[in-house]
Design a binder for this molecule. Structure first.
Ligand code: NAD
Length: 475
């Protein structure tokens, strides 16, 4: 049975009951899985009012109480993971093992936020006058509104919810309409863990209409979004008009720098496996592959062989290594990237055309010999299409890696400590991974620079976006 879909407002699960609904479709076979109710304006207002009312008491709750609920949700996540993972594979397509991996890491996110929320400290500032006491308090910002995408439906939502709730805020979250089961499961777990009504509210609808209503409302104080740069700029501008705090986790175009002195075979295999994870629909997916001349041929040969041997299919079928793209609309987007590359002299070594059939499948694709200003080298493909080019001079490749307006993740493969240090200092990126993939752990900060975003999620920075500073002085 697929997850029952509803709104969750003021502690109540609300069915469609005459509201507009949207079909939820399995991208592997177009089967209709369920119908998602859209919130009316009255529902959005009710969610904001509930969050506002709940904030008056939740802000005063003890961190011990908040920690207990977050820890309980971590436990429930581990317990219910098989069922939630299956539903997530059904509505967004990723292989079941990846869905399970996402859930288990999210249980760790719950534990981390449960532990860290007990360490939201203020400070005492030494006074000029010995009779004065002066303190800095960090208080919850208030009602937060959040918008999360479909590529890691559980992860993106739980990061925002645990940070808001752990800080003492309340939240209204619009999840991804195309893949809603994971966010729905989160609502049930918080309800079962004893979260008071109104602290967490879940709504669905037409994304621009919902975000416009929630951000303009005088009730909301903070906006958190994960998604594309274009939508992020729009929402940040709207938030700016109302002077609201933002956290923006946006797109990237992660450069990969493979130097001659790296273990080339290992790097090529690791990168190919990492590229097809979630069918490349990952904001930190390795995107532009720059390989030093001496290693280029060997890298391309191994990388292409591993990409080409990926088992593509329904994520519920055992042995599947890459599922479909999450939506029909993503398939022509991949073809457009390939067509542009080919028209500019690019050579397709493997893949390149949609896979015929009922689902939204596009194969792992490797393209070489394309110019620096092609679509694939400058725009985020958000899919399993990888351009590989060669470089000679380390200075030149650093300049190219930093040449785009994005700065999310980056990957470096070298056996030289000197090169690793030099390149990690020079890269304009929120995250630098050297010889392995180590981002996105609960205890490490995740976020971008330049147009890739504002603020971090995870790490000890995780609550920063949800707290305001208050200075108190008395004699
Ligand atoms: P899209 O830009 O239409 O939507 C991206 C996400 O933003 C979706 O979850 C959508 O519901 C939401 N969204 C769109 N307009 C919104 C609005 N006005 N208010 C609130 N939310 C809004 O594109 P898409 O076809 O769904 O996804 C493709 C692109 O989105 C990719 O190219 C990628 O850059 C980006 N994306 C990024 C991430 C990420 O993790 N950073 C995740 C998903 C999608």
């Amino acid at each position: 049975m697929y997850q029952k879909l509803s709104l969750y407002i003021d502690g109540k699960f609300i069915d469609a009951e005459g509201r507009q609904t949207q079909e939820v479709i399995n991208p592997a076979n177009r089967e209709v899985l369920g119908h998602l109710p859209h919130a009316t304006e009255a529902d959005l207002e009710a969610a904001l009012q509930a969050a506002d009312k709940a904030f008056q008491s939740w802000r005063k709750s003890s961190p011990i109480e908040r920690a207990a609920i977050l820890r309980k949700v971590g436990e429930l996540t581990r317990e219910r993971a098989p069922e939630i993972a299956r539903n997530m594979t059904l509505d967004m397509g990723k292989p079941l093992a990846e869905s399970m991996g996402e859930l288990i890491s999210c249980a760790d996110h719950c534990d981390w936020h449960a532990e860290e929320c007990r360490r939201i400290y203020g400070r005492v500032i030494p006074p000029r006058n010995p009779n004065v006491r002066q303190f800095v308090l960090r208080e919850p910002i208030g009602v937060c509104v959040a918008f999360t995408p479909w590529n890691f439906p559980y992860n993106q939502a739980i990061r925002k919810i645990t940070a808001a709730i752990g800080a003492g805020c309340t939240i209204v979250l619009k999840g991804p309409e195309d893949a809603p089961s994971a966010v729905m499961a989160i609502a049930h777990m918080f309800a079962d863990a004893g979260l008071p009504p109104g602290v967490l509210n879940i709504v669905w609808g037409d994304p621009p209409k919902v975000s416009d209503y929630l951000i303009r409302s005088p009730i909301s104080r903070k906006v958190s979004f994960t998604g594309s740069v274009a939508v992020g700029k729009h929402l940040a501008a709207l938030a700016g008009q109302h002077m609201k705090r933002v956290t923006m986790e946006l797109g990237g175009h992660s450069p990969v720098l493979v130097f001659d002195d790296a273990d080339i075979e290992k790097a090529a295999k690791m990168l190919a496996k990492f590229k097809v994870r979630n069918a490349g629909q990952v904001c930190v997916s390795p995107t532009r592959f720059y390989v030093q001349k001496g290693a280029y041929d060997k890298f391309v040969e191994t990388f292409t062989a591993v990409m080409g041997s990926t088992k593509v299919g329904d994520g519920l079928v055992e042995g599947t290594e890459m599922g479909p793209l999450a939506h029909e609309r993503r398939v022509p987007v991949m073809s457009k990237f390939v067509e542009d590359a080919v028209s500019r002299g690019g050579k397709v070594l493997v893949g390149g055309n949609p896979i015929e059939g009922n689902g939204f499948f596009f194969p792992p694709t490797v393209i070489t010999g394309l110019p620096e200003d092609s679509m694939l080298m400058t725009q985020e493909p958000f899919g399993p299409v990888a351009p590989v080019v060669s470089f000679d001079d380390p200075e030149e490749v650093i300049r190219k890696a930093n040449s785009l307006p994005f700065g999310l993740s980056s990957y470096v493969f070298t056996n030289s400590l000197q090169t690793a240090t030099k390149v990690s200092n020079a890269l304009e990126a929120g995250m630098v991974n050297i010889n392995h993939f180590g981002s996105a752990l609960p205890e490490t900060p995740f976020g971008g620079v330049k147009e890739s975003g504002i603020g971090s999620e995870g790490g000890s920075e995780t609550f920063d976006g949800y707290l305001v500073t208050k200075f108190v002085t008395h004699v």
